[in-house]
Design a protein around this ligand. Structure first.
Ligand SMILES: [Zn+2]
Length: 101
């Protein structure tokens, strides 16, 4: 849990991941309340993985998907780790967002 939160609304963008894949497949959620609903993401984030897969614009085998998303998953983990260290929420749900602004 973050002890003191570093929040600036100008540092956030709408989170838009195709089919909410990251929530559905990886079980991510709001960085503050852990609800599986995300409306905003910290700027500078890697490309959302559902969107990345969608942009391939073809049917991929499970193996191709695994290969495609391996590095992006690491990038997201790194991004979240750094944000956590800096006490910045990576993802925010509507409710937490409304309490912060
Ligand atoms: Zn929340």
């Amino acid at each position: 849990m973050m002890s003191k939160i570093n929040f600036d609304k100008d540092n956030y963008l709408q989170f838009d991941d195709y089919n909410d894949l990251m929530i559905q497949a990886f079980g991510i959620g709001c960085s503050l309340c852990y609800e599986p609903q995300i409306s905003f993401v910290l700027k500078g984030h890697p490309k959302p993985i559902g969107t990345l897969i969608k942009q391939q614009n073809k049917n991929l085998t499970d193996q191709e998907v695994d290969k495609l998303i391996q590095k992006p998953i690491e990038e997201w983990q790194k991004f979240e780790d750094i944000n956590f260290e800096n006490q910045k929420p990576t993802f925010l749900c509507d409710e937490c967002w409304n309490q912060m602004i």
